[in-house]
Ligand binder design. Structure first.
Ligand code: FES
Ligand SMILES: [Fe+2]
Ligand SMILES: [Fe+2]
Length: 509
């Protein structure tokens, strides 16, 4: 189903790097759709010298059968045309018409390549989904490096590295290996070591010893890949499955917890290494938050469709990428202080605890207050690293910022989905959740543009205050207390740069 409106996506040349892209679009009314753009290789021939170097197709990213993600669908040629084969139950859908032999029909969209007369650039336009107006692109990114053109050569792990992974606890447990997404989620929440891979960590690290895994990041990558490629086709949040309970607080190795401090006692924040370390700590909690929302609320909300789990597994994967990027930068600029050696705090999990009984509250506070605040402060943090001429960190932080826009989009998408289902007005419901679950003012200055891209228009957040803990004498408790502290420190700090460094602590995932 599509309308006659077309959305300008990108110059055609931008699609030449990969064969598949994930495209998220949003209407003026805040409705989001995820599409997969497929580019099939079709080189120009002497007969058709002007042929485009590929054919483009767009299809809704979820399968109309039971909602699997189609980003890893196999593409096959058959008599009637080219079909995408769903990884879950292998139904095939014609890329042009969406029709399937099974009678089901996937939603496909026309694509046009139009030459801009002003500059001669070929731009790709996609037919807009129905049920909204003024659509725009929130995200266009390659599905994965697997679909790069040319594809990357397979990574061969050095012998020593492979050995060290197997010496520690393996990525897939040898006993009771997870068979559902819920089981993977709880396993990862109970995985205390966040590390990426041994090669990132040097012998300078007293906290991280190569080969002593289980690694939270590696398990996240593995589980999400299984789920997105259809090798793990069971979410397991509803009967007859008996999903395991997530832990109240995710596991952390002693090496990390011994460095946990009261956020009010964190001082030397101007140092870039301290800042990267602090941001990596937030990303580590963000990995847990993405798994926790699935494990905690999946079983109690059986009507959540598979698309919910695809969105949050993608978020878990992004957060583990962010963690890896930051830890890698940290080891690049300060090999003597690898991740785990500097003080960290656990404030972000306070908001997870206070919203553990309400999915609406969790989406509002974590994804639409904390993560949206990240969008406000990221540009200041990026500017600070740019002033220090640390281009690598700037690049990493820019990637993170783009991803974070999509996380707020995800939060907004499922918050409004739930409101629609419960017959609530999303703006009113959001303001009510913040009043109940947030302490103090929802502070600006706001990154209005990035927030709007994610669906958070001003009526959601302007002039908003939370009453959580109103009347309590101790404002130092929890992340709300930390924010109050930051307000006063920022006032004292005065100068913009100091304020940015302080505020960066508010950034989530
Ligand atoms: S064929 Fe796609 S979910 Fe079953
Ligand atoms: Fe995030
Ligand atoms: Fe993140």
């Amino acid at each position: 189903m599509a309308s006659t409106e077309y959305i300008q996506i990108a110059p055609f040349t931008r699609l030449l790097t990969h064969f598949r892209f994930l495209l998220t679009v949003q209407s003026e009314q805040g409705r989001s759709h995820s599409l997969i753009l497929f580019r099939l290789s079709e080189p120009a021939t002497p007969d058709s010298p002007n042929a485009r170097p590929g054919q483009l197709y767009a299809m809704e990213s979820t399968c109309p059968h039971l909602g699997a993600d189609l980003s890893h669908a196999e593409i096959e040629e058959c008599e009637t045309g080219v079909v995408a084969v769903c990884p879950w139950h292998r139904y095939d859908f014609d890329l042009r018409t969406g029709k399937s032999e099974t009678g089901l029909k996937a939603c496909t969209y026309n694509i046009e390549v139009r030459t801009d007369p002003s500059d001669g650039v070929d731009n790709v336009w996609v037919e807009a989904p129905e049920g909204g107006k003024s659509w725009r692109v929130v995200e266009l990114r390659p599905v994965s490096e697997e679909f790069a053109d040319p594809p990357p050569r397979p990574l061969v792990k050095p012998e020593s590295e492979a050995a060290s992974v197997t010496e520690g606890e393996p990525i897939i447990p040898t006993e009771n290996a997870p068979t559902t997404l819920m089981q993977w989620a709880v396993l990862i929440l109970n995985t205390p070591n966040p590390t990426l891979k041994p090669s990132l960590f040097t012998t300078h690290s007293p906290a991280l010893t190569p080969g002593t895994f289980p690694p939270q990041v590696e398990r996240t990558k593995h589980a999400v890949n299984l789920f997105h490629t259809g090798q793990l086709a069971t979410i397991g949040n509803t009967p007859p499955h008996n999903p395991p309970q997530p832990p109240t607080i995710p596991a952390r190795d002693d090496a990390y917890t011994q460095n946990t401090v009261d956020p009010r006692k964190l001082t030397k924040r101007k140092n870039a290494a301290v800042m990267l370390h602090a941001l990596a700590n937030i990303e580590q909690w963000a990995i847990d938050l993405a798994w926790d929302i699935m494990a905690r609320f999946g079983p109690s909300n059986p009507s959540l469709p598979p698309a919910f789990f695809f969105d949050f597994t993608k978020m878990a994967l992004d957060e583990s990428k962010h963690f890896s990027l930051l830890v890698s930068r940290l080891s690049g600029i300060s090999p003597s202080t690898p991740y785990g050696t500097l003080p960290v705090h656990t404030s972000l999990w306070d908001s997870a605890l206070s919203t553990s009984s309400s999915l609406l509250g969790r989406l509002a506070i974590i994804h639409l207050v904390h993560e949206a605040r990240g969008l406000d402060v990221n540009p200041g943090t990026i500017a600070r690293f740019a002033r220090a001429k640390d281009e690598e960190s700037v690049k990493a932080l820019e990637v993170i910022h783009q991803d974070e826009v999509t996380h707020v989009t995800t939060g907004h998408r499922w918050f409004t989905w739930l409101c629609e289902k419960e017959g609530k007005d999303a703006v009113k419901a959001f303001r009510e959740e913040v009043r109940k679950g947030w302490r103090g003012e929802v502070r600006g200055p706001f990154n209005v543009e990035a927030r709007a891209k994610a669906g958070m228009t001003k009526e959601f957040y302007e002039d908003l205050r939370g009453d959580l803990g109103a009347g309590e004498a101790d404002l130092g408790k929890g992340i709300g207390g930390e924010k109050e502290r930051l307000v006063s420190e920022e006032k004292n700090a005065g100068a913009g740069e100091a304020a940015n460094v302080e505020v960066a602590y508010e950034k989530t995932g």
